[in-house]
Design a protein around this ligand. Structure first.
Ligand code: AMP
Length: 398
């Protein structure tokens, strides 16, 4: 990983204004904020900068207004939620470029915090426009990027701005990068990856990259069915991408060449209908009937995957092992997550999980706090698992 500076490298910031790119893009339904994890995640950076004497100006996108002012996508209500998360007042400034924020920023009391309106209200944000970044830069002296979850986008507030102002990683960004480096960049071996979820097609690049980086690849969830089918196993009417059989075989071949052992579930929990608590059978994966669907990994698979984790020092996990939102098909995901958590608590496993469904699954299993690190970044986490350079991170190192 290319080195970058963090806010710990900053000295006294009295009289300085710091532009902090946070990710305030929290889930909102019917005007109610569903989850404030991202607001809490950036609080240590803001408090850290305030402690050094700075005035903090928070930049973020929210939703997809596509370069136009969409009042329903204003950051104003989120600014109020951020104030609660910070336990201090937060001023809201109704634009992020132009005369209005200049006046409003000049009027801020030193040592205060303000949120500027949605950067995506301007087309220059998503086109990574240098002039737009330069306009943002006129408001502050220093740029801090604390939004790992937006780092896979080369946008003005995540990329170009880092070339205009002295740039630093915030605490949340630095913690993400440290955890990801420990999990895949320079991990303690042997390394296991668990990749689950619905479809192979959405995680092809992840699988292709991982087989060359990890010692054990555990494939679960609906995507395991595609691999089982590629080995000639009848998966009945399970979710399965039969057209990807050749791709699955190419992944097996690449894994073998790289000495990566691929683990597919020995057994499965099957049902003829997909709903909560239907009649189920637990069978070897070779015993699935034509009218049945594999909806979870079975008890032998749980033990099988647990045994792999016991051999490993590092785990990176994305995607559930079954249709975990629908009981009882959360069983394998919960059991394996708890095994990983117990090994983490014992100090024998460094465990990193990430991606939207995975975070929900780890919370559901009650182990999100026991894992070494849980990344709330969705797209950025997956792109990192694909081995792609993230423009927001690259820019910090430039
Ligand atoms: P992804 O977004 O690709 O990580 O996929 C997550 C989704 O995969 C979750 O909504 C799970 O319910 C679903 N899933 C996992 N295993 C299965 C399965 N065996 N059959 C159907 N859906 C599954």
């Amino acid at each position: 990983m290319t080195p970058f500076k963090t806010i710990d490298d900053l000295g006294d910031l009295t009289g300085k204004r710091v532009l902090v790119r946070a990710d305030l893009n929290v889930p909102v339904k019917d005007g109610v904020i569903g989850d404030i994890t991202r607001l809490q995640a950036t609080a240590p950076t803001i408090h850290g900068l305030l402690a050094k004497g700075a005035t903090v100006l928070v930049l973020s996108h929210f939703d997809r207004p596509k370069g136009k002012v969409v009042p329903a996508m204003s950051l104003k209500p989120i600014a109020a939620a951020l104030a609660k998360a910070l336990a201090m007042p937060v001023t809201f400034i109704e634009n992020c470029v132009g005369a209005e924020p200049k006046i409003a920023v000049a009027a801020l009391a030193p040592g205060s915090v303000a949120v500027l309106e949605n950067t995506r209200f301007h087309a220059g944000e998503e086109s990574n426009d240098l002039t737009f970044a330069q306009s943002l830069a006129t408001l502050g002296d220093i740029y801090v990027n604390d939004a790992f979850s937006a780092a896979h986008r080369a946008h003005a507030s995540t990329e170009a701005l880092a070339h205009v102002l002295p740039c630093y990683a915030g605490r949340s960004m630095a913690a993400e990068l440290k955890a990801l480096e420990a999990a895949l960049g320079n991990p303690q071996k042997p390394v296991a990856a668990i990749v689950g979820g619905a479809k192979v097609s959405s995680k092809l690049d992840v699988l292709m990259h991982l087989v060359e980086r990890v010692d054990h690849l555990i494939i679960g969830g609906g995507m395991a069915n595609t691999f089982l089918a590629a080995r000639g196993i009848n998966v009945g009417k399970s979710l399965c991408e039969h057209d990807l059989a050749d791709t699955a075989r190419a992944i097996f071949a690449k894994a073998e060449a790289a000495n990566c052992i691929v683990h597919l579930p020995y057994d499965a929990v099957v049902a003829t209908e997909f709903r909560a608590n239907p009649p189920t059978r637990t069978v070897a994966v070779t015993e699935v009937h034509d009218n049945e669907m594999i909806l979870d990994a079975g008890p032998a698979a749980i033990e099988q995957f647990g045994d792999v984790l016991k051999l490993c020092c590092t785990l990176v996990w994305n995607g559930p092992l079954g249709a975990f939102e629908t009981p009882p098909f959360d069983t394998a995901t919960v059991a394996v997550a708890r095994m990983a958590a117990a090994l983490t608590e014992d100090g024998s496993l460094l465990s990193v999980g990430g991606g939207g469904d995975t975070v929900a699954a780890l919370h559901h299993a009650g182990v999100a706090d026991t894992f070494s690190f849980v990344s709330t970044a969705g797209g950025a986490f997956l792109e990192w698992m694909e081995g792609k350079a993230l423009p927001g991170v690259e820019a910090l190192s430039s």
